[in-house]
Design a protein around this ligand. Structure first.
Ligand SMILES: [Zn+2]
Length: 66
């Protein structure tokens, strides 16, 4: 559902400037579920992400929790 509404990457940290815009293939939780389980199903906690941006964000989050 989220990818249908926002088919392009919304993070843009690793695909900025790419043409055409990166197509989102994953849905990211803006606030990680590990920190806010109650936000898991909240529409406004979702953003579409391409693989590169999503992996980078997830990696950074994991580093912060280590
Ligand atoms: Zn991206």
């Amino acid at each position: 559902m989220k990818l249908a509404a926002d088919p392009l990457c919304q993070i843009r940290t690793h695909c900025k400037g790419m043409l055409p815009d990166s197509v989102a293939v994953e849905v990211d939780h803006i606030v990680p579920i590990a920190r806010a389980p109650g936000l898991r199903l909240r529409w406004d906690n979702l953003q579409s992400a391409c693989r590169a941006c999503h992996q980078a964000k997830t990696w950074a989050e994991n580093q912060g929790e280590a």
